[in-house]
Each structure stands twice: as C-alpha cells, then as structure tokens.
Design a protein around this ligand. Structure first.
Ligand code: NAD
Length: 470
C-alpha cells in the first residue's frame, strides 16, 4: 500500500495498492486473452468503442482535472486542457481505427501480393509523473484502436487519474481485461518490461530508466519506443518580435512548473538583443504568482514530488556556485497552508556557459538558462551542444532563416515563432538521448502494428518458386 501525497500542501490524498508478482502475471494472462478477442472485432466496431469513450471522458473533464491538480500540483487551467486532450485523443484514434490499410504490391509473376497491418497483442505503456492522465490516454487509445490490449504502468507518485481513466473506459464499453492500469514503482515496471507476454513497449521517462528498459526488452527482443528527456533550446534572433518571444519563452519553461520533457530550458539569444530580452523576462518573472494551482491567479504551482523539488533546488545552488548569474527569481508563496508544499521559485540564469550542468542536464523544473550567440552558425552549434534532441524553438521574422535553421536542427519537434503546441495528429518523439520511435499521427499506426506480407499464386497450375518472383 502506498500513500499518495498532494504536492500543494503535503497532505495525504489516497492509498493505492501495488500488485504482487502473481497479480501482475494474472493481469498479463488476462490481457493476452482479451487482445486475442479484441483483434477479431471489426476495426469499425473498435473505433466506435473509442468514440464512446471519448464522449464519456469529455463529460468528466472537470472532475478529472481537479483530481489531477490535487495529485500533481499543476494549474487547473493546464489539467483541464490535458483532460480535454485525452478525450480528443480517443476521438482521433477512434476515427482512425478503420483507416489503417495494407497495400497491394505489383510484384512480377503470377502473384497477388499484399500487406496487412497486424496488432502486436499486449502493448505496455510506462509513463512518468508529469502528465499522468493525458499520457495514459495517449498510450491506451492508439494501442486499442489498432487491435492491441493495453497495460499501463503509471508513476508510483501519480497513479490516481490513470486508475480513474481505466474505470471510465470500462463504463464506456471497453472490454474488462483489455485495458489494465497496474500501479507500482520500478520493481513493477521491471517485472512488466521483462515479461515475454508483453509484445510492445512504449516508454516515456528519463534516459537513465530508458536505458534499463531497452536492456530488459532486448532479452526478449521486444520492440520498444522511447520518449525520453530533453534540454531543448529556444533560439532568438535579433529580428524576432520580442513581445511574442517573452510569452513563448515563459510558457515554454514555466508551464507545468518546468516539468515538461519539451521544456525550452536553454534560451539562446543573439547578442544585440540579449540585455533587452533578459530585462523583459526578469520583469515578468519577478512579478510571477507562485502558489495554489487551484487559484485562477496562480501562474506557477509546486513541483510534483518532494524529490523533484529538492533536485531542482540543487541545480539552482550549483548554478550559482559555478558562476551563472541569477537574472530573476519569482517570489515564493507566503500562505501558511502552503508551507509544506513542494514549491521552488522559478529562476532565470544569465551568463550560462556550455560546460555548466545547467546547459547540459535536464533539470525538469522551473529554471531557465540564458546564453548568447553572435550569428546563426554559433546559434546552431550551441543548440547542438547537448546529447538530447527532443525539441527546439526558433524566433525570427525571416521566413527563409526560420526554415533554413529548422532544416539543420537535430530535434524531433520544432516550433517557429511559437512553442509547446501539440496535437495527436502530429508525430512526436526525439533523437539522440531523447529517444527513438514516434507516437501520434499516422506514425502511431506504424508503431502499434507490424507488417505482414502475403503472397498468393494466381495461375491455374500450382508452382513453388525459390529465389524470387518471376
Ligand atoms: P523515470 O524514468 O524515473 O520513470 C518513468 C517511469 O518508469 C515510471 O513509471 C517509473 O516507475 C518507471 N520505471 C522506473 N524504473 C523502471 C524499470 N527498471 N523498468 C521499467 N519501468 C521503470 O522518469 P520520471 O522521473 O517519472 O519522469 C521524468 C522524466 O520523463 C524526464 O526525464 C522527462 O523528460 C521524461 N519525459 C519524457 C517525455 C517524452 O514524451 N519524451 C514526456 C514526459 C516526461
């Protein structure tokens, strides 16, 4: 039994049972049987179940958002948006379910040759604590749309909305064992990823855990997609609209209290505008309201876990020790009832050198690191001076520069004159230490199915041909 605490004030929220090994094994057996039955239902029928789920999830948006805010400390405005996106995700993949087709291939000879897209069976989603409800939906919806069962392991700190999602899906008509949410920590995760009954793993989390998961999956040659961390740069050129840049940079780093894989945590600014942009950001950050995420005026809430709050604070102390300058820091909340909450003051560092940890390692908290560049080449070199490749922002009024830079940047997701815009209709994923494989859009159909090639001899007499078609 694990006690779930609220990051807003440290108070206990709920107690969640973590399964014993025998229960994990029974869940995988049940999911395997459910997958076999589900794949035999027509794709249209499967899609209708997802569309019904979407309708029900939309009705429960407010309830889910409130629970998510209590468990994660994220602003209600954010959790409402994420809850609505979860309903959108079921709608999108519900509509997509019967649009995945194979191809007929004009091979030479008397053959009718075609391909089919087949579900894997049991698909395992493992997710982190920063976006528990929407990430659960994002793992489950495409998996079942394309004919798989979905086993989901949420983070031990934030399992509540994923468990609620599983209950709502059953209410919407999703078969009993097809979707299983199994709470638990790293031991539960390790038991699941190492089990040969799991036929596909879609992992979201840190690169450290990602490596352990990839190793465990390799033992069974289980296919894996990895959605890992980032140290994403926002490149601001001297012809950019600074008012828009300020808004884009602030939401890019302080949204979700900085706990976003795509956080724009490195701000790379052209020298001639660096002082001006830093001053504008500092003015906004120093006036920022940090506090209770249920209060509509609050702009930044607490971190999700005490451990993360401590980690972020240690990055801030180390940045100061290493000689980066604190350009701005938001005031901490003053309310007595928030004193035990997991708050960290949003902080902007200027003068960050590429060799500092602040420029290289993922903080996963509300900390922005500003560095300067002279020209486009230096901007690109600085952007690439990291092992990650998840996202990047480009701010410029020159369309040719925007596309030129977007073409060379090594990052899975690039925003031009915007940041942090996401849709299930677009592929999402990273390169380098940010992972491999793509969720979302048409790529999701490729991720959650495998291709079978079928050859049919069409001439009157039968023949066996070795070594290629005639
Ligand atoms: P984490 O890697 O510590 O944990 C992620 C999940 O893996 C959790 O559910 C955890 O219980 C589980 N786990 C731990 N050890 C395991 C093991 N040996 N086998 C199987 N599962 C195991 O990550 P976190 O601290 O929960 O989340 C923060 C990280 O997630 C950050 O690095 C962030 O960038 C990343 N993230 C990536 C994306 C993306 O889409 N690229 C999105 C959000 C977060």
């Amino acid at each position: 039994m694990r006690t779930i605490a609220s990051p807003i004030d440290g108070s206990p929220l709920d107690e969640v049972d973590e399964p014993a090994p025998a229960e994990i094994s029974a869940a995988l057996d049940a999911a395997t049987i459910a997958a076999e039955q589900w794949r035999r239902r027509s794709a249209t029928e499967r899609g209708r179940v997802l569309l019904e789920a979407s309708r029900l999830l939309r009705q429960h948006t407010s309830e889910i958002a409130e629970l998510e805010t209590l468990n994660t400390g994220k602003l209600l405005t954010e959790t409402r948006r994420e809850a609505a996106r979860a309903a959108d995700c079921f709608e999108y993949f519900g509509g997509y379910a019967d649009k995945v087709t194979g191809t007929v291939v004009p091979v030479p000879g008397a053959y009718h040759a075609y391909t089919r897209r087949e579900p894997f069976g049991v698909s395992l989603g493992v997710i982190p604590w920063n976006v528990p409800y929407f990430f659960a939906a994002k793992k489950i919806a495409p998996a079942i749309a394309f004919g798989n069962a979905s086993v989901l392991k949420p983070s031990p700190e934030t399992p509540l909305t994923a468990l609620r999602l599983a209950a709502l899906l059953r209410e919407a008509g999703v078969p009993e064992d097809l979707v299983q949410v199994i709470p638990g920590g790293s031991a539960t995760g390790a038991a699941l990823v190492g089990d040969p009954r799991v036929k596909l793993i879609v992992f979201t989390g840190s690169d450290r855990t990602g490596r352990a998961v990839a190793k465990a999956a390799a033992a069974n040659l289980t296919p894996v997609a990895m959605e890992l961390g980032g140290k994403s740069p926002q490149l601001v050129f001297d012809d950019a609209q600074l008012d828009s840049v300020v808004e884009g940079v602030l939401t890019g780093i302080f949204g979700g209290c900085g706990q976003m894989c795509i956080a724009g945590s490195r701000l790379l600014v052209q020298e001639s505008i660096a002082d001006d942009l830093t001053a504008r950001l500092a003015a906004r950050v120093e006036a920022m309201i940090v506090g209770d995420p249920r209060d509509p005026d609050t702009e930044v809430g607490p971190q999700v876990t005490r451990r993360q709050a401590d980690k972020t604070s240690s990055f801030i102390s180390e940045g100061i020790e290493q000689g980066a300058q604190v350009a701005a820091q938001a005031p901490m909340p003053q309310r007595a009832d928030l004193a035990r909450g997991f708050f960290v003051a949003p902080t902007v560092f200027a003068g960050v050198r590429p060799d500092m940890r602040l420029a290289q390692e993922e903080v996963f908290g509300p900390v922005l690191a500003i560095s300067r560049f002279r020209d486009e080449d230096e901007a690109i070199a600085l952007a690439h001076d990291t092992q990650f490749g998840l996202a990047a922002g480009i701010w410029t009024n020159s369309a040719s520069r925007a596309h030129r830079v977007a073409e060379v940047l090594r990052a899975g997701n690039i925003w031009i004159n915007s940041y942090r815009v996401l849709s299930d209709m677009m592929p999402f994923g990273g390169v380098g230490m940010s992972g491999y494989g793509r969720e979302g859009g048409t790529e999701a159909a490729g991720l959650y199915t495998w291709t079978k090639s079928v050859w049919t001899w069409t001439a009157e007499h039968s023949a066996v041909v070795f070594g290629g078609a005639r």
